[in-house]
Design a protein around this ligand. Structure first.
Ligand SMILES: Nc1ncnc2c1ncn2[C@@H]1O[C@H](COP(=O)(O)OP(=O)(O)OP(=O)(O)O)[C@@H](O)[C@H]1O
Ligand SMILES: [Mg+2]
Length: 240
């Protein structure tokens, strides 16, 4: 199996505080890989480094062998990033926003149209797409941003808490969409502290706590290893 992303000995300090303390993991082609852990564990920090937004303090992250820190431009062409707390332009309509983002990403009209078509399906906002973003609920905005993130069919989608703020039905829809896209050839690195949802969504998970990865494996292997009924129970044992 080919690895799309390889993270090795990755470290990040903010001043004296070491938020990520030398972590290793890899994401394979078509794989959905989740970083799970409590608030402050280092999930967003790791995702931001892979997304070329933050410089690591040590170690490396490579996308198809390309180092994210030394060649961010090449990496950016192959990834898409959904930040944890993302806003959008309040005065644009949903449709205008998606078109604007498609134009930034693709030069040719047919590719822009293709991306727009995908985005419309993914966000499922239908007639609300003609309304301004300022009138959207939190969940509607989240779905629009997810649509914007995966409409370019990136090699790796980096999704920080993709279902945060979504109700049960919308979260189910978003999870199904992420799964479908991964089957169609997109790898996913996501974070969540909702360990139960992650069990359903992810092929493999890494349990991160205080900047250290304690376990990596499929949800079923981890549950078996700890004799646990679910990943929350696994985490409770790991975090002790
Ligand atoms: N810009 C920053 N400056 C200083 N410290 C930071 C900064 N960003 C994050 N940290 C610290 O680094 C640690 C890891 O934060 P990070 O945001 O990566 O955690 P997280 O796992 O994403 O948490 P959450 O589940 O709350 O989103 C925390 O202790 C946090 O306070
Ligand atoms: Mg975070």
């Amino acid at each position: 199996m080919t690895n799309v992303l390889e993270v090795s000995g990755l470290r990040k300090s903010y001043g004296k505080h070491e938020a990520v303390k030398g972590i290793d993991f890899a994401v394979a082609e078509n794989e959905i890989f989740a970083l799970i852990g409590p608030n402050g564990a280092g999930k967003t920090t790791t995702l931001r480094i892979v997304a070329t937004i933050l410089q690591p303090s040590g170690g490396s992250a490579r996308l198809d062998g390309v180092d994210v820190a030394s060649d961010p431009a090449t990496v950016r062409e192959r990834i898409a990033y959904l930040p944890e707390e993302a806003g959008a332009y309040k005065n644009m309509t949903g449709e205008d926003y998606l078109r604007f983002m498609a134009r930034i990403y693709f030069g040719e009209k047919p590719r822009q149209d293709e991306a727009l078509k995908i985005a419309r399906e993914v966000c499922a906002l239908r007639e609300r797409l003609t309304d301004k973003l300022g009138t959207y609920s939190k969940g509607m905005t989240r779905k629009l941003l997810l649509a914007r993130t995966i409409m370019t069919r990136p090699r790796l989608a980096i999704l920080d808490e993709p279902t945060s703020g979504l109700d049960v039905l919308n979260a189910l829809e978003v999870r199904a969409t992420i799964k479908e896209f991964s089957r169609r050839g997109m790898s996913v690195l996501l974070s969540s502290h909702n360990m139960l949802e992650i069990e359903y969504l992810s092929d493999r998970v890494a349990i991160i706590h205080k900047g250290v990865i304690h376990e990596v494996g499929t949800p079923s292997a981890l549950k078996q290893r700890y004799g646990a009924a679910n990943l929350e129970e696994v985490f409770a044992q790991v975090a002790r």
